[in-house]
Write a protein that binds this ligand. Structure first.
Ligand SMILES: CC(C)(COP(=O)(O)OP(=O)(O)OC[C@H]1O[C@@H](n2cnc3c(N)ncnc32)[C@H](O)[C@@H]1OP(=O)(O)O)[C@@H](O)C(=O)NCCC(=O)NCCS
Length: 251
């Protein structure tokens, strides 16, 4: 799904990890934050490793211990060598788009849309590796912990941002391409329970505003915008903005 990265994306990717570590080294002087910064960032040698540690701490449960989650993340990374690049692209997108992201440490450690997406990437790997019940268990934990429900079969590109993220639902046959932005409460759902390709396909660079509902196997075109609160039942043309219930092209 990925085209060649733009120059600013390359610059972000190259500087992100050293910049994140440098910030953590300064912030570690705050004793209350030190254990988190040490165990997640400063003891890691790369962003993907730090992400694995962060997620393991957040998602651990009595029957899903931290050690097992670390192993699953490591297994995902070795099966998917580009995982580090994908995590980097996602975090770069957050800092590029979100004025609330004023440094690297805060979005990395505290933005749960980023966390939910990285965990969903592990669940997707498990689904693809035919460990489907484990993938569904992880989906359930992600939903419990982050209030984001992403079916592990859904295909999600890189440079994707889930802003605020509470209440996002992404169905089994949905596709979310690179550089897509979804706000909280977005539903990419089916119109009924038929076991077919029934979910939306959100094309590159589209954005879908808070609490918008997109139903059916329809296209949300590249670079299009769906206004907050819309109900989308038909294809959204590329580059257009739609709004309303049902959504119509505006602007
Ligand atoms: C749709 C949106 C992207 C604006 O797009 P835009 O291209 O700048 O469009 P404009 O602001 O010029 O609005 C175009 C028309 O759509 C209408 N419109 C904009 N947002 C709308 C919404 N959420 N619902 C209904 N109509 C809306 C405007 O009133 C305007 O109508 P008009 O042509 O009759 O005057 C923006 O309003 C939006 O909804 N963004 C999502 C942001 C979000 O979810 N934020 C959550 C932050 S926590």
């Amino acid at each position: 799904m990925k085209n060649d990265p733009a120059p600013q994306e390359i610059a972000c990717a190259e500087t992100l990890w050293p910049a994140l570590r440098a910030e953590a080294e300064k912030l570690v002087r705050d004793e209350a934050l030190a254990p988190l910064l040490q165990s997640v960032i400063l003891q890691s040698d790369r962003l993907a490793a730090a992400t694995g540690r962060l997620l393991a701490g957040k998602l651990a449960a009595p029957h899903l211990p931290e050690g097992l989650l670390l192993e699953l993340y490591a297994e995902t990374e070795s099966a998917l060598p580009e995982l580090g690049d994908i995590v980097t692209a996602d975090l770069c997108t957050v800092t590029k788009n979100d004025p609330a992201a004023k440094d690297w440490v805060a979005p990395f450690l505290f933005f749960k849309g980023f966390h939910a997406l990285q965990a969903a990437r592990v669940a997707h790997y498990l689904w693809s590796a035919d460990r489907r019940h484990l993938a569904l268990y992880l989906q359930n934990r992600i939903s419990d912990v982050f209030a984001v429900d992403i079916h592990p079969a859904a295909r999600i590109g890189r440079g994707v941002m889930l802003d605020h993220a509470t209440g996002i639902v992404i169905g089994e046959t949905a596709v979310v391409e690179d550089d897509v932005l979804l706000w909280h409460g977005v539903t990419l759902g089916g119109r009924n329970f038929t076991d077919t390709d029934r979910h939306p396909k959100v094309r590159k660079g589209a954005s879908i505003g808070a609490s918008a509902t997109v139903l059916g196997n329809i296209e949300v075109g590249a670079g299009s915008k769906v206004a907050a609160g819309s109900m989308v039942l038909e294809n959204v043309p590329p580059g257009k903005t739609v709004a309303g219930v049902p959504a119509r092209v505006v602007g």
